[in-house]
Design a protein around this ligand. Sequence first.
Ligand code: MRU
Length: 349
Amino acid sequence: MQIDTIRWVSGKDPDHLPGLVRLIDQTRLPLELHYIETRALEDILHALRVLQVRGAPAIGIAAAMGVALAAQHALEKGNDLSAAVAEAAEALAATRPTAVNLSWALQRMRRVAGAGAGLPDRDRVVQLIREARRIRDEDEAICRRIGEHGAALLRDGQSVLTHCNAGGLATAGYGTALAPVYRAQEEGRRIHVFADETRPLLQGARLTAWELGRAGIACTLICDHTAACVMREGRVDAVLVGADRIARNGDTANKVGTYGVALHARHHGIPFYVCAPVSTFDPHTADGAAIPIEERRAEEVTEGFGPRTAPPGVAVYAPAFDITPAELVTAYVTEKGILQPPFEFEDYA
Ligand code: MRU
């Protein structure tokens, strides 16, 4: 099931200027499907920080489009284009440090900006917009291939467990960890999904349950700590999760709580699959210890969705992600097939 998570909008002619970015405000789900339209880099920075757009591939797409907006703005104002791109990329890179798709997408944008130096500014802006749109469109195709490879692991009537949201909302529209489920459904198989609610920001409850319901896929929402119970009860055939960054040795950063799910899965002999595009594999990071982990505000834990649920002033530790060691991962489902470390991609350098 395809969701229109984020796209560049520019009228009939894709190169028409100025264009704008249209994205789902995910903080308003599941109550309301609301789209934001923006021509300002600042709005993209805000959207990334408050998780209006989130999930590693969607973060990369938003960052690329943020650079394109900054370039477009510089053209309108007659400002230095290279400087605008460099400043935008620096600000965007700081928003979500764990998701490597962010720096990967920014690197692509910087390369296009550099290659266009010497051309008229308008042509450079058009090239940057095209690259941002390409990153989005490629993601859609890549996720479909992840779905094809992953669906081969699933049989009719099986039940999978997932943590956080690595679905259409976390990508251009088809998902990574949920892609095999969508693909299996397209092939006529019924898969049931246990969705961990995913404390503290409830991406599983708010987003995964919403998008699976919309797609007509049977979903049971569970509290995070119920995952071990349903595994013990023999009700989980496989775990499918996404990733924010995968180190060279296969250690995987994903939403905090994923590590615990992987330990439970190993204890119960359940396969644990990480589903991610090659752009989430970081050739510059040897192992999980070297992955920077984003820390979130204490208020997201103490009063995330309404009244305060902890005493004022209590010390809070709120890492957004944790590291699942490679030894707990059964396999990595990518657009290039089902892989094991060490990873050797020709475009992985
Ligand atoms: O903080 P978030 O909501 O951006 O975290 C998202 C996740 O942890 C996802 O599982 C990961 O980015 C993979 S998305 C395909």
